[in-house]
Design a protein around this ligand. Structure first.
Ligand SMILES: CC(C)(COP(=O)(O)OP(=O)(O)OC[C@H]1O[C@@H](n2cnc3c(N)ncnc32)[C@H](O)[C@@H]1OP(=O)(O)O)[C@@H](O)C(=O)NCCC(=O)NCCS
Length: 160
């Protein structure tokens, strides 16, 4: 279940984003941007417990493009498909409730697990930003993902 993060959630999510395993896979500013006013932060809840978070931002108002950022789950909550369900639900909300036309995300090239999550959630791998980030002791690729509103509707029809 996804819900707006409360102040209490935010403190727990900042701590999760700073956990070394998680921090290594997020942008260097992720923990700080969680508390920035521009970020829409959602808490991921499972059986009444906070297990992670995800953010989104409107990156182009005229063309109605949103970007998904800072997807993270507590290590104990991983491997159960929660991340895929979260991205599917967030994309559906962005399209249906916020009239978003295109949802984007970027994942480090070394983060195969997160790439698989976006693929399983119906996103298309749209491109590779080669050696874009100075991270983890070397230059890392950024893998770009995109999902169009009409694809979300088509995917739903196919999955029925
Ligand atoms: C990314 C994250 C949210 C994914 O959640 P998760 O619960 O671990 O996801 P799952 O275990 O369900 O794995 C998702 C898929 O990746 C696959 N996978 C797991 N490890 C993998 C790897 N090293 N390489 C490629 N695919 C992998 C799984 O098999 C699964 O695919 P399947 O459903 O087809 O079997 C979680 O690992 C996390 O919080 N990581 C730290 C933060 C992070 O990396 N965020 C992403 C920033 S873009």
């Amino acid at each position: 279940m996804l819900r707006p993060a409360s102040a209490e959630d935010l403190a727990a999510l900042v701590a999760l984003a700073r956990h070394p395993d998680v921090a290594a896979t997020l942008s260097t500013r992720a923990a700080d941007t969680l508390t920035a006013e521009s970020a829409a932060v959602l808490a991921i809840e499972d059986r009444g417990r906070l297990v992670g978070g995800v953010c989104w931002a409107l990156v182009n108002r005229r063309s109605r493009i949103a970007e998904v950022r800072t997807l993270m789950l507590d290590p104990a909550a991983r491997g159960r498909g929660l991340a895929v369900a979260t991205i599917r639900e967030l994309a559906a909300r962005l399209v249906h409730d916020h009239a978003i036309h295109r949802v984007e995300a970027e994942v480090y090239g070394f983060n195969g697990r997160a790439q698989r999550v976006f693929e399983r959630a119906g996103f298309t791998r749209e491109g590779l930003r080669r050696r874009a980030y100075d991270r983890a002791g070397g230059w890392q690729d950024g893998v770009r993902f995109g999902l169009l509103a009409e694809e979300l509707i088509d995917n739903r029809r196919c999955n029925r």
